[in-house]
Write a protein that binds this ligand. Structure first.
Ligand SMILES: Nc1ncnc2c1ncn2[C@@H]1O[C@H](COP(=O)(O)OP(=O)(O)O)[C@@H](O)[C@H]1O
Ligand SMILES: [Mg+2]
Length: 313
């Protein structure tokens, strides 16, 4: 339904998107997970036709976005990262505007606008102006504008940034509704929890490059049976890392994911079994552990392991 092949986008010397390829199927949510500046919006804007790629090929519903842009855009719904609302136009008229832009007229338009108002939970605020809305309400209306024409491929660019928990839950429901009705949804986010919760498959992107791709289960499997071990306390800089490196003869898959003066995040298999050795190494390096927590690895752990930095830096 959506095919991106070897997409490259350069801004002068900067390669914002660097050889990105993925395919997303109908009735699924495909995620692009990455920190700020990773190239998510640039990818979305190349798909929507807002930006012209430097190289590569993109097809939406079988239509090439460059050679056959008009047909490609007919299948697309776009919910941009920056709100695209007419603040002084009632909510219902914002929806009508986008419906008309995609060719809906008459009762088909009115019926669909009414349905969308219900869906996004704004039926009782239809005549009110977006400028009086909360951030979450604006996000929901922004979403509604992207789906009035029932697109086959829906592009969602960080749709939950700056919204309250209730609107966030509502937006998740809306994404699932679109997927269940057969749409192909491309969902970008820098929130690992959202990707894990919503996406059938995803690509992790950093500095314009895909560094891992697959289903959530496949990506977690890249971590093997490893646990994430969070230690708090005091960790003298190089002495601690040397001491931990020294344990690798014993604990083959031990790695330091992040290290600060007062915290240390490690990944290894059967962590609880190795705790005494780790504590001994740390105190041998002049440090000490005041708090220990063990958790199953998640996508954040994988991102740390692959890039050496946190998603939200
Ligand atoms: N119009 C532009 N001109 C120059 N550089 C840009 C422009 N838009 C984005 N960039 C740069 O491209 C990179 C990717 O940006 P973007 O796609 O917005 O990332 P994301 O959406 O993942 O946060 C960043 O380094 C950003 O600063
Ligand atoms: Mg962005």
């Amino acid at each position: 339904m959506l095919v991106v092949e070897q997409l490259v986008k350069e801004y002068g010397d900067l390669t914002a998107v660097d050889d990105v390829s993925f395919e997303a199927r109908a009735g699924t949510v495909f995620g692009l997970l990455g920190p700020n500046g990773a190239g998510k919006s640039t990818t979305i804007n190349c798909i929507s036709g807002l930006l012209t790629p430097t190289a590569g090929r993109i097809a939406v519903s079988g239509h090439d976005v460059i050679k056959d842009g008009t047909a490609a855009r007919r299948s697309l719904g776009i919910v941009p990262q920056e709100l695209a609302l007419y603040e002084d136009l009632p909510a219902v008229d914002n929806l009508r505007y986008w419906g008309k832009a995609y060719g809906l007229r008459g009762t088909a338009l009115e019926d669909r606008v009414a349905t969308v108002l219900e869906l996004i939970g704004l039926a009782d605020r239809a005549k009110d102006l977006p400028k009086e809305f909360s951030g979450g309400m604006k996000r929901r209306l922004n979403f509604g504008c992207g789906v009035v024409h029932q697109p086959k491929v829906l592009l969602l660019d960080e749709p939950t940034v700056g919204v309250d928990p209730q609107s966030r839950a509502k937006l998740f429901d809306l994404v699932e509704t679109e997927r269940n009705s057969g749409a192909c949804v491309l969902y970008t986010t820098h929130y690992m929890e959202e990707a894990e919760r919503l996406c059938d498959s995803l690509a992790i992107i950093d500095h314009g490059k895909i560094i891992a791709q697959g289903t959530v289960a496949e990506l977690k499997a890249q971590l093997g049976a490893r646990d994430a071990l969070q230690l708090n306390g005091q960790f003298p800089d190089s002495a601690t890392s040397e001491a931990i490196e020294g344990l690798r003869e014993d604990i083959a898959d031990l790695e330091i994911l992040s290290q600060a003066e007062d915290s240390l995040l490690l990944t290894l298999s059967a962590a609880s079994h190795h705790l005494p050795k780790i504590f001994a190494a740390i105190s041998g390096a002049g440090g000490n552990v005041t708090e220990t927590s063990l958790r199953s690895p998640n996508l954040e752990t994988l991102f740390l392991l692959l890039t050496g930095k946190e998603l939200r830096e």
